[in-house]
Write a protein that binds this ligand. Structure first.
Ligand code: NAP
Ligand code: HSE
Length: 438
């Protein structure tokens, strides 16, 4: 006698449709290898007339989420509607009716995760959400179950497939931002409102979810510094490439014991770093922990089947293991922006005016090292600085007053170990003494 689980779905778009197709395609495999039959009973959608993936049976469809969440025969509800309203009410209702919930909804979990876990615990059921962070890459399961022997110090992630896809297409094929975004939407990677992707909010929601698992810490959305990618252009990408780096939207959180440092920003990733080669819709997570060192996970971060895979993994987990309701974390810490190991300040010159290495009065600051790069063939001059972020920001503002062009700064995810041969670099020490030239 095999195990039969009755499934209800909220939403049958990119993600919900992928789940129906994956369950249909691998039905025999799931039965033979996991001993479970997942039978879809009802699917709530907005528009009953809209066309659906082939394996959807019309009699499953309804246009009221209550028909799923209050259905007496359904024991697991998969939420793939998106947004908070009515998703919060629907998930709450399902949990209160004693149904397990699987959700792909980052915004819902980041905003109301704590409340939903408490409701699940009170009702003896479970909320699983592997698909909500990094799509098909099983990072939440890993963080929740693997690192018990460790104290996690830092998580560094490419957490938004759409932004990574756009930056990759701009860099590799010189397509415009708008064209690359349209491709990401067409492929089903982007959120219903793609500003969530490109302005960094989606990655920020995912960072909140990662912080819950990595540090058992609740972080409020607005406490996380968040800068998106709309200002990144191909000139910045060329400057990064000339330094042997790529620009990626990276979500970082670091626990120093007292304070959680958390930011989402476009950062420079040097060639030796694991995130350097993570292209297209792929996502990745680097976990730095005190006993094991660095562990890296990577794979498809968005799209119909990548996300469906994570949801079906959660289904199998619910059906085959004794699930403990997740404990409700209460730890809250002050949250500050990340202190990056190095910064790139770029003077985009509009004339031949050059600021040069020595004309900036930063001898009173605590900068550990400064490399002046310039002028380069790209018409910019740059400073690679290791030191306090506040000093870098001060210096950038000071530079902006001195020069005739635009000044921008990017953090490095890790300090560059070497520069490409032929780059005009001058190393300066903290008192601006010339150290060596290449
Ligand atoms: P989508 O393609 O827009 O699908 C949303 C589905 O929800 C549609 O079927 C829609 O019905 C239905 N729906 C929306 N509001 C509803 C309501 N009030 N009542 C009933 N049904 C409703 O979105 P998606 O890309 O699948 O994303 C769904 C969720 O998964 C979001 O939280 C998203 O952030 C998350 N997610 C997406 C991806 C991805 O790669 N796309 C990856 C991971 C997580 P109609 O079809 O009738 O309009
Ligand atoms: N819009 C999201 C992304 C979907 O591009 O990463 C996956 O969460």
């Amino acid at each position: 006698m095999h195990n039969v689980r009755n499934i209800g779905l909220l939403g049958c778009g990119v993600v919900g449709g992928g789940v129906v197709s994956a369950l249909s395609q691998n039905r025999d495999h799931l039965l033979q290898h996991c001993g479970v039959s997942f039978d879809i009973v009802k699917i709530a959608v907005r528009d009953l007339e809209r066309s659906r993936v082939d394996s959807v049976q019309r009699e499953w469809l309804c246009d009221n989420w209550r028909d799923v969440c209050e259905h007496p025969e359904i024991d697991i509800v998969i939420e793939a509607m998106g947004g908070v309203d009515p998703a919060f009410e629907a998930v709450k209702t399902a949990l209160e009716r004693g149904k397990h919930v699987i959700t792909a909804n980052k915004e819902l979990l980041a905003t109301y995760g704590r409340e939903l876990y408490a409701i699940a615990q009170a009702n003896g059921v479970t909320v699983l959400c592997e698909a909500s962070a990094l799509g098909g890459v099983p990072v939440l399961h890993a963080l929740d179950h693997y690192f018990a022997a460790n104290r996690i110090q830092k998580v560094t992630a490419i957490a938004n497939g759409t932004s990574n896809y756009i930056l990759t297409r701009m860099r590799e094929d010189r397509v415009t931002f708008a064209e690359a975004l349209a491709e990401a939407q067409q492929a089903g990677y982007a959120e219903a409102d793609p500003s969530f992707d490109v302005l960094g909010q989606d990655a920020r929601f995912k960072l909140q979810i990662l912080c819950r698992s990595a540090f058992a810490t609740e972080v409020a959305t607005d406490d996380i510094e968040c800068v998106g990618i709309p200002d990144v252009d191909t000139q910045d990408m060329e400057v990064a490439e000339s330094l042997g780096c790529r620009i990626r939207l990276v979500a970082t959180a670091e626990d120093d014991g007292e304070v959680l440092h958390a930011s989402v920003r476009p950062v420079l990733v040097p060639a030796h770093h694991p995130l350097y080669a993570v292209d297209g819709v792929n996502n990745a997570l680097c976990v730095d922990a005190d006993i094991v060192g660095q562990v890296v996970y990577a794979g498809p971060g968005a799209g119909s089947f990548a996300t469906a895979s994570a949801i079906v993994e959660d289904l199998v987990r619910l059906a085959t293991t004794a699930n403990q309701p997740r404990c409700v974390h209460t730890r809250v810490k002050p949250v500050h922006p990340v202190r990056y190991p190095a910064y790139l300040v770029v003077h985009r010159r509009y004339t031949s005016h050059r600021v040069g290495p020595y004309t900036v009065p930063f001898e009173n600051t605590a900068l550990a090292s400064v490399d002046y790069v310039g002028p380069t063939s790209l018409g910019v001059e740059c400073w690679v600085i290791q030191g306090e972020r506040a000093h870098v920001e001060q210096w950038t503002a000071h530079l902006a007053g001195l020069c005739h062009g635009e000044v921008r700064w990017y953090p490095f995810v890790e300090a560059p170990k070497a520069y490409p041969a032929g780059l005009p670099v001058q190393h300066l020490d903290a008192s601006l003494r010339f150290v060596a030239a290449e």
